[in-house]
Design a protein around this ligand. Structure first.
Ligand SMILES: [Zn+2]
Length: 105
């Protein structure tokens, strides 16, 4: 089952904008970056493979959920573990993310 990822996702009443950013990995050593003040999630370039992109999006969304509902109490390793687990669960259920609506900002 394909799930279309919209370019804005609401978390706790805040609209989070999702977009690609060129050279994010080169500049920050990251595949994704959550920016709380701007309500943004930047993803490494469009050519990142779909499974990596999906896990990265789950990871960054967990950061926003942690920020809004949990006072940023999750450690990075915990976010990594949860994102990996949720991604594997969705893949095993046959869920695939469709990023066709995501663009460069
Ligand atoms: Zn993180």
């Amino acid at each position: 089952m394909k799930i279309r990822i919209p370019n804005k996702i609401k978390v706790g009443g805040h609209w989070i904008e999702i977009f690609y950013e060129k050279n994010l990995y080169d500049h920050h050593g990251k595949y994704g970056q959550s920016r709380f003040p701007e309500n943004e999630i930047a993803l490494q370039d469009r050519d990142m493979v779909n499974s990596r992109k999906s896990q990265t999006l789950i990871h960054e969304l967990l950061h926003f959920v942690d920020f809004v509902y949990n006072n940023c109490n999750l450690e990075e390793n915990t976010v990594n573990a949860l994102a990996t687990g949720i991604h594997a669960l969705l893949v095993d259920l046959g869920v695939e993310f469709d990023f066709s609506e995501i663009n460069y900002k």
